[in-house]
Design a binder for this molecule. Structure first.
Ligand code: DGL
Length: 271
């Protein structure tokens, strides 16, 4: 048995790296739906259909547990997947809640009423679909009061990263940060609410300035997955096998881009 890590494209590799470092004896199957990326400009039911098709493909690789390392799929489809679609013996987790628990300094399963937290002004950078869903604000409202969230839909950024055009990606980050700052000049914290964005974390940090705490999901999700597997040891496979990387796109191109981003050789196979 392996743990599946899913994203619309290359962004989930930032999560895979962190979880694989944290859990070296766990086998992982990574799947990127690069053929259909970006998801962030698609409608909810389309995102649901694409995501569930990939989850079914990961079941063929013996992944009873799949992590949606994609905020867009988590925001648009996770609730419906968990409540209406998933068979009893399978699990799918998202990346939103661990991030909000970390921001609001809550432990898993803390269902106490929302309370005041230290951070008051939060900038959220995410895809157009994630921003439109308001899923972040909804989950935050369950846990915290008095937090002002200003969102910036970072149109074009996932496309530029998927295309490997890092010059365009950097220019887009700077212009999206400027746009956010016009709406909220002094955010205390910034959420990189798309798993592609940590690939440009340095640029975000530079554009935001040093007084802004930047939250990106990889390490937060890794800690949360490790905690989940401690509580659900049946989801851990019996022995470590080689990690597998699957793409719906062209495996040669995707392997080259992934190798460029991770600075180590990664070989994808075709879905
Ligand atoms: N990495 C995905 C996310 O976290 C990118 C979504 C997209 O394909 O637009 O939202």
């Amino acid at each position: 048995m392996a743990v599946g890590i899913f994203d619309s494209g290359l962004g989930g590799l930032t999560v895979l790296e962190a979880v694989a470092n944290r859990l070296p004896s766990q086998t992982f199957v990574y799947m990127g739906d690069n053929l259909n990326a970006p998801y962030g400009v698609r409608g909810t039911s389309n995102i649901f259909d694409l995501t569930t098709k990939c989850i079914e493909r990961m079941w063929e690789e013996d992944c009873d547990l799949v992590v949606l390392a994609c905020n867009t799929a988590s925001a648009a489809a996770l609730k419906q997947i968990q409540e209406k679609w998933l068979p009893k013996n399978k699990r799918v987790l998202g990346v939103f809640v661990p991030l909000i628990e970390s921001l609001t300094k809550r432990n898993w399963g803390d269902n106490s009423p929302p309370r005041e937290v230290d951070v008051k002004n939060v900038a959220l950078f995410a895809t157009p679909s994630t921003v439109a869903s308001r899923a972040f604000q909804r989950e935050l409202a369950f846990r915290a009061i008095g937090v002002d969230v200003e969102s910036q839909a970072c149109g074009g950024l996932v496309d530029a990263i998927e295309d490997g055009d890092l010059i365009l990606a950097e220019a887009l980050v700077r212009s999206h940060v400027d746009a956010l700052k016009r709406k909220m000049p002094k955010p205390q914290a910034a959420i990189l609410g798309c798993t592609h964005y940590p690939l440009l974390e340095k640029v975000f940090k530079d554009a935001l300035g040093e007084n802004v705490e930047v939250y990106s999901q990889a390490n937060i999700v890794a800690a949360s997955l490790s905690d989940y597997l401690n509580r659900h040891p049946k989801m851990i496979g019996s022995n470590k096998l080689k990690n597998i990387f699957i793409t719906t796109g062209d495996p040669v191109i995707i392997s080259r881009r992934a190798t460029q981003f991770l600075r180590r050789s990664v070989e994808f196979i075709s879905a």
